[in-house]
Design a protein around this ligand. Structure first.
Ligand code: ADP
Length: 450
């Protein structure tokens, strides 16, 4: 087992990973930017290295600085968390070249799943259903119109290198399609450095259901059940639950088998997530695989008892998974609220400032993963997530009641947060009935005053 791990990340996920390390007797190395001198992850770690100015490109994304910190500290492995360099195959290769274990899947697997147009083709070969769309990248407008004619409107133009809900454009007619195509390409080029786009049928009001998988270097791949992640704004998740009320035992069997087949097709060897859309008929379609630990991984931990980060670390150290599929039992229900520094009065636009008072909830079944504290300043440089409220209870109704109770206890003063929005969602009859699709939250936010 490793003696020391560097965590190439910040915020709640850096602390989440360090907590796993501490329990495993592994020493931790934090890295921090100028804006994070007073951050909690820096205090939590056994040692910490400064890696550059606030903008991520000069610090958390700066590979030479990260490798220098790893070498100077004697860390044997790097955990990338999520975001930043977590899905960068080049970084995974640089780590290996320096003899530092990258805690994640092999660079080849990241590469295959990272280019979405390639992933679609790989999945089709593996017998996993994908959303009807183009075969690979679309490079000219004639081809684009021919595909549109075949599959019909509405369509989505998606950046092949995309992520975080960016580089996706909808088109409901031919005129819209040409404009969407141009816009998606320029946005993709600016955001991801690649203008490559592909086209997919736009499914109306589907559910976003994803399956957590784990693989090791001995050919074992298992799944840990599904998560319901339909509550999104700007194609980004705000509240998730596990399991999903919209997945019956038959669908569960099919969708989890498809996720395992998807992971096996790319020799997957770490924690990963296969994302699917499920339409109103219960048909499911693969949209992408995230080759890293996800923000919402704890709700799966709560219903399975598996520590996903510890399994990642064990697998990276060359150990087999500690679980076989038959060991995995789903128990109870879990809900995650992503508490963000966003202003509910301004359509959840990012809010910054200093947290003046911070009192997290507690009590039975409540877990808070956060790096917030009274006095901490939320800056505009990184994502707006400040805490994850994670609640477990014996069934869905009890989990909703408990989440409401925990939200009632939560106090964050000094900045605007998404806290009131979570309460409004949880008390809504559509949410209670499990009828919230990927289009629900934006429509709700447009009408509600929180
Ligand atoms: P990203 O990698 O940027 O997160 P995804 O491919 O995972 O992009 O899509 C993000 C979200 O966009 C999905 O959860 C879903 O809400 C919506 N979406 C993506 N593809 C489709 C589609 N074909 N039809 C309808 N909605 C879609």
């Amino acid at each position: 087992m490793f003696h020391k791990i560097l965590i190439a990340n910040r915020g709640e996920i850096a602390i989440r990973i360090m907590r796993a390390c501490r329990e495993m007797g592994i020493r931790t190395v934090a890295v921090y930017s100028e804006a994070d001198r007073d951050a909690l992850h820096v205090r939590y770690a056994d040692e910490a290295y400064y890696i550059g100015p606030a903008p991520a490109a000069q610090s958390y994304l700066h590979i030479p600085h990260l490798i220098s910190a790893a070498v100077a500290s004697g860390a044997e492995a790097i955990h990338p968390g999520y975001g930043f360099l977590a899905e960068n195959p080049f970084f995974a290769r640089v780590c290996e070249a320096w003899g530092i274990k990258f805690i994640g899947p092999k660079a080849e697997a990241i590469e295959k799943m990272g280019v979405k147009a390639v992933a679609r083709t790989e999945m089709q070969k593996a017998g996993v259903p994908v959303v009807p769309g183009s075969e690979g990248i679309v490079t000219d407008s004639e081809e684009l119109l021919a595909i549109a004619h075949d599959i019909g409107y509405p369509l989505l133009v998606k950046a092949s290198a995309g992520g975080g809900g960016r580089g996706i454009r909808i088109a409901r007619s031919e005129e819209e399609l040409m404009a969407a195509w141009e816009k998606a390409q320029s946005e993709a080029k600016a955001t991801f450095g690649s203008a490559e786009v592909y086209v997919e049928k736009y499914l109306e009001a589907p559910h976003h259901i994803e399956v957590q998988v784990l693989g090791d270097n001995f050919g074992n791949v298992i799944h840990l059940g599904e998560r319901e992640c339909s509550l999104q704004r700007r194609r980004q998740k705000l509240l998730e639950e596990a399991p999903s009320v919209n997945v019956d035992p038959t669908l569960r069997e099919q969708i989890t088998a498809a996720a395992v087949a998807a992971a096996q097709a790319v020799n997957y060897t770490s924690a990963g997530t296969c994302e699917f859309l499920v339409d109103h008929l219960g048909h499911f379609y693969f949209i992408e695989m995230n080759t890293r630990v996800q923000v919402e991984h704890p709700i799966t931990e709560l219903i399975t008892g598996v520590d996903i980060v510890k399994e990642q670390i064990r697998v990276a150290a060359g150990q087999p998974l500690r679980y076989k599929q038959e060991d995995i039992q789903i128990r109870g229900h879990a809900i995650e609220c992503r508490i963000t520094a966003e202003d509910p009065d301004k359509g959840l636009l990012p809010a910054i400032g200093q947290i003046s008072a911070y009192e997290p909830p507690g009590g039975p079944g409540v877990r808070v993963d956060s790096a917030a504290y009274a006095g901490f300043t939320v800056t505009p440089y990184y994502d707006s997530l400040i805490a994850k409220l994670l609640v477990w209870a014996e069934d869905r109704d009890a989990a909703i009641a408990r989440t409401m109770r925990a939200l009632h206890e939560y106090r964050i003063d000094g900045i605007k947060t998404s806290l009131p929005v979570h309460e409004r969602i949880l008390e809504h009859p559509d949410f209670r009935a499990g009828q919230t699709t990927t289009e629900w939250l934006e429509a709700f936010l447009a009408t509600v005053k929180v």
